[in-house]
Design a protein around this ligand. Structure first.
Ligand code: SF4
Length: 301
C-alpha cells in the first residue's frame, strides 16, 4: 500500500483518520502533534530549566528525543533527564543503561534518583508489604515525590513526563468510574504554579501508545521493551482492556474521551479549586500536614 501523501510504501495505517503513512510522513505526523501540544501546554522562555522524567521505556525515551529535537536551536533551554531507580531487580538496571546511552548521545545531563535513598527502601522490599493496595499505588506516589524533589532542586520550571494518549484516557475513565472528581480536576498538564510543586507537562498527550512505539522504532531510539514484574497487578490494566475494546469498535474513542475531558476541565477546576499546599516535614508539598509519600511509608511501618 502506498503512503497517502507520496509514492513511498506505507508502514502504517491510521485507523481513526483512514490514512496510510510512510516512515517519513509518519514521523512528521507525530512531530506536528507533539509541537502543537508543547505550544498549547507551555510557554518556554530562554534560560528555562526543563526536567524530563525518563524511565527507559518507549514513551519517556520518545519524549526526551522529541523535546531535544523540537526545541534544539529554537529556545535556549537547560534540559535535564531524571530517572528513578525504584529498586526493581531484573528490570530497572537494564532500562537505566538505555537512558544513560541516549543522554550521552544527546549530551543531556542524567540524574539517577534511588528510591531507597529518599524513601528508605525500594520496591522489591515494599511490594510484598502493600496488602490490599497494588505495588503500583506505592511506586507511583513515591516516584512522583522523588521526581518533584529533584526537579525543584534543579530549579526546573517544568517537569515533562511520557504519558501518552492511552495513559491519559485510562486515567480519565478510572477517575470517572471511581467517582473521584477532585482527582479528575487535578489532572495535568498543569498551568497553575503551586509552591514547591514543579508543574508537569505531557508532550505525548495526543499520541496513542502504538504510535509512540512505532515512532521509537522508525527513529532508531533504543528503548527498554520489557514489562515490570509488578505491572500485572496494576489496577489500570482493566481500564486498558476496556479502552482497547472500545477503540477497536469505534476508532477515535480515546481522542473523544480526551476532548470531552478538556471541555469539562475548566468547570471541574472551578468546582474544585487547587487547595493551599503546606509543607510536609520531608520538604515536599502536602495537603494537610503530611505528604502522600510519607503517609504511605507510614502505612508500611
Ligand atoms: Fe512501578 Fe508499577 Fe510501573 Fe512497576 S509497573 S515501575 S511497580 S508503577
Amino acid at each position: 500500500m502506498k503512503c497517502s501523501h507520496c509514492d513511498s510504501e506505507a508502514i502504517t495505517f491510521i485507523r481513526y483518520n483512514g490514512s496510510h503513512l510512510c516512515a517519513s510522513h509518519f514521523r512528521r505526523y507525530v512531530e506536528k502533534r507533539v509541537k502543537r501540544e508543547i505550544r498549547r501546554q507551555v510557554e518556554l522562555r530562554r534560560g528555562d530549566v526543563l526536567a524530563v522524567a525518563v524511565s527507559g521505556g518507549k514513551d519517556s525515551m520518545v519524549t526526551l528525543h522529541l523535546l531535544h529535537h523540537i526545541l534544539k536551536g529554537k529556545v535556549e533551554l537547560d534540559i535535564h533527564c531524571l530517572t528513578v531507580d525504584e529498586g526493581i531487580s531484573g528490570y530497572r538496571p537494564q532500562s537505566i543503561e538505555k537512558v544513560e546511552d541516549i543522554c550521552a548521545k544527546l549530551d543531556i545531563p542524567h540524574h539517577l534518583l534511588k528510591m531507597e535513598d529518599s524513601c528508605g527502601r525500594g520496591m522489591d522490599e515494599i511490594a510484598p508489604q502493600t496488602g490490599d493496595s497494588t505495588p503500583c499505588t506505592f511506586c507511583g506516589v513515591l516516584r512522583r515525590s522523588c521526581l518533584n524533589a529533584k526537579a525543584r532542586e534543579l530549579g526546573a520550571n517544568y517537569l515533562a513526563t511520557g504519558l501518552n494518549l492511552d495513559d491519559t484516557a485510562q486515567s480519565i475513565l478510572m477517575n470517572f468510574i471511581r467517582g473521584d472528581v477532585e482527582r479528575l480536576a487535578r489532572m495535568g498538564p498543569h498551568k497553575k504554579v503551586q509552591p514547591g510543586l514543579v508543574p508537569r507537562i505531557q508532550p505525548l498527550r495526543m499520541i496513542p501508545e502504538k504510535e509512540s512505539y512505532l515512532y521509537a522504532m522508525v527513529s532508531g531510539i533504543d528503548f527498554h521493551d520489557a514489562p515490570c514484574p509488578y505491572a500485572d497487578r496494576a489496577l489500570r490494566n482493566q481500564y486498558r482492556s476496556i479502552l482497547e475494546q472500545l477503540e477497536d469498535r469505534s476508532p477515535g474513542t480515546r481522542f473523544s474521551i480526551l476532548s470531552s475531558y478538556d471541555s469539562m476541565a475548566p468547570m471541574l477546576r472551578q468546582g474544585f479549586p487547587s487547595a493551599q499546599l503546606g509543607r510536609c516535614e520531608c520538604g515536599e508539598p502536602a495537603l494537610g500536614g503530611r505528604c502522600q509519600a510519607c503517609l504511605l511509608l507510614e502505612r508500611l511501618r
